[in-house]
Design a protein around this ligand. Structure first.
Ligand code: SAH
Length: 414
C-alpha cells in the first residue's frame, strides 16, 4: 500500500479524527499512489493513522476513508458506508425530519457521512450525485452500482460540475450515469408542496434541500404579512410564504431562469392553497395575484426600495456563498452587512428578518456580529428570536466542523 508519511507533529488533527490532511503536513510519499487511489497515512515515526484517498493536485492532499487499520477500502467498504447513511435516514426518522409528503432528501452528505467528496441527493425516484474529490471520483462506478443496489432505484444523474472539482484537477462532468433518464425536470414534494427541480441546470444538484425546514418555518411566520423574498432562486421560500397565507410576496433574483421556474412553482401549487375555492374568485388567480417578481441585483433593488420608502413585514435574505473560505471573510462581511442593513431599514416595526449565510468562511458567531452591526448602523433595535441551520439530512460530523455551513437568524424589529 502506498503511503503518505507526515511531518513530525502533524498527526494531531487525524488523532482528533478530522478527515483532511493538507499538503503542507506531508513529509514524503512512499510508493506511487494513483490519483484518488488509497494510501495509508503514517506518522513521522511510521505509525498507522488512517487510510485515505490521495489527491496529488489538491491542497487537501488526502481525505480519510477509515481510521481502522484492518478495514480495507473496497466495494464492501462503500456498501457499508452507504448503507449506514441510508439507515440514518430511515423512514421513521424521515417523517420527523422531512415533515409530511416530502420525497427529496440528501442521502449522503460527504465527509459527515464518512464518504468524503460524495454527495447523493434523491429527487423523487431519481438520484443526483456529485463526485467532488479525487477519491470519490476514483470509486465512481462502484459507488453508482451500489447506489442502485441499495436504493432499488434505476436512474442516477451526475452533476459533477461544482467549482471545487477544479481544485482536485478534475474536469466537470454532467449527464446520465445509470439508467435512461429522459426528463431532467423533476417534480418533488416538500412538506406537502410541489416544486419543479431542474437537475441538469439547477444550482448544486438542483434544489436547496438544506433549507427545507427553514422554508416550512417561513410558511408558519408568513400569515398576513407583506413578504420580500430576496435571492429567491426557484421560489422555495416564496411558495411557502404564499402557502402560509402571506398578504403578498415579492420575489427578487438576478437570474431570469430562476424566476421563470419560481413562477412555475407558484402556479404548480395554486390548487394546494388551503381556503375553500370560490367560483367568483378561483383559487388559482387569488394565489398567483398575491405574487410578483423582480429581476435584478438585490443590492441595488434594496437601495431603490429604501429611497422610495417601501416597507415589508417579513424579509428573507438567502444570498449565495459570499465567502467560500475564511480568506474571503472580510469582503463577505461587507456584503452581508450591506443587505442586512438595508433590510432592517425596509422592515416595519415588529417585522421579521429571516437572514442566512451559507459561507464556510463566516461562522455563526461572526454572522451574528455582522447582523448586529447592520441593525446598529441602520439605527434599529432588533432581537434574535430564532436560530436556524441546515436540515438534518445534512448532518455535521462532530469531528468535521466545516460541515456546518448554513446559519440563519430570525430577527424581530422592536
Ligand atoms: N432561497 C433559495 C436559494 C437561494 S440561492 C431557495 O431556498 O431555494 C441564491 C440565489 O441568488 C440564486 O438564485 C442566484 O441567482 C441569486 N443571486 C446571486 N447574486 C444575486 C444578486 N446580486 N442579486 C439577486 N440575486 C442574486
Amino acid at each position: 500500500m502506498p503511503a503518505l508519511v507526515l511531518k513530525p507533529g502533524r498527526e494531531k488533527s487525524l488523532l482528533r479524527r478530522h478527515p483532511w490532511i493538507f499538503s503542507g503536513a506531508v513529509d514524503r510519499v512512499d510508493g506511487n499512489p494513483a490519483v484518488g487511489g488509497t494510501v495509508d497515512l503514517l506518522s513521522s515515526k511510521g505509525d498507522f493513522l488512517a487510510r485515505a484517498a490521495c489527491s496529488p493536485l489538491s491542497q487537501i492532499r488526502a481525505r480519510v476513508w477509515t481510521f481502522d487499520p484492518v478495514e480495507a477500502v473496497d466495494a464492501d467498504f462503500f456498501r457499508r458506508r452507504i448503507r449506514q447513511a441510508l439507515t440514518a435516514r430511515s423512514p421513521l426518522l424521515l417523517e420527523e425530519w422531512l415533515g409530511v409528503r416530502s420525497d427529496a432528501i440528501r442521502l449522503v452528505h460527504a465527509e459527515s457521512d464518512g464518504l468524503p467528496g460524495l454527495i447523493v441527493d434523491r429527487y423523487a425516484d431519481t438520484l443526483v450525485v456529485q463526485f467532488l474529490a479525487a477519491g470519490a471520483e476514483y470509486w465512481r462506478d462502484t459507488i453508482a452500482d451500489l447506489l442502485l443496489e441499495l436504493t432499488g432505484l434505476q436512474n442516477i444523474y451526475e452533476r459533477s460540475d461544482a467549482d471545487v472539482r477544479e481544485l482536485e484537477g478534475l474536469p466537470p462532468r454532467v449527464g446520465s450515469l445509470r439508467g435512461a433518464l429522459h426528463e431532467t425536470r423533476i417534480t418533488i414534494h416538500e412538506n406537502g408542496l410541489e416544486f419543479l427541480v431542474n437537475i441538469a441546470t439547477g444550482h448544486k444538484t438542483g434544489f436547496y434541500l438544506d433549507q427545507r425546514q427553514n422554508r416550512l418555518r417561513v410558511r408558519q411566520l408568513a400569515e398576513g404579512r407583506q413578504v420580500l423574498d430576496c435571492f429567491c432562486y426557484t421560489g422555495g421560500f416564496t411558495v411557502n410564504a404564499l402557502a402560509g397565507k402571506a398578504k403578498s410576496v415579492l420575489s427578487v433574483d438576478s437570474s431570469a431562469d430562476a424566476l421563470s421556474l419560481c413562477h412555475e412553482n407558484v402556479a404548480l401549487n395554486s390548487s394546494l392553497i388551503t381556503h375553500p375555492p370560490s367560483p367568483a374568485c378561483p383559487e388559482r388567480s387569488r394565489w398567483v395575484t398575491r405574487h410578483s417578481s423582480l429581476e435584478g441585483d438585490v443590492f441595488q433593488i434594496l437601495r431603490k426600495f429604501r429611497d422610495e420608502g417601501h416597507q415589508f413585514d417579513l424579509i428573507i435574505l438567502d444570498p449565495p456563498k459570499f465567502a467560500p473560505t475564511a480568506a474571503q471573510a472580510d469582503k463577505a462581511a461587507r456584503g452581508y452587512k450591506d443587505i442586512n442593513l438595508l433590510a432592517f431599514k425596509l422592515l416595519r416595526p415588529r417585522g421579521l428578518l429571516v437572514t442566512f449565510s451559507c459561507s464556510g468562511g463566516v461562522d455563526a458567531a461572526l454572522f451574528q456580529k455582522i447582523v448586529a452591526s447592520a441593525a446598529l448602523d441602520a439605527g434599529v433595535d432588533a432581537q434574535i428570536v430564532e436560530y436556524l441551520s441546515q436540515a438534518p439530512d445534512h448532518p455535521v460530523a462532530l469531528n468535521f466542523p466545516e460541515g456546518a455551513y448554513l446559519k440563519g437568524l430570525v430577527c424581530r424589529k422592536v
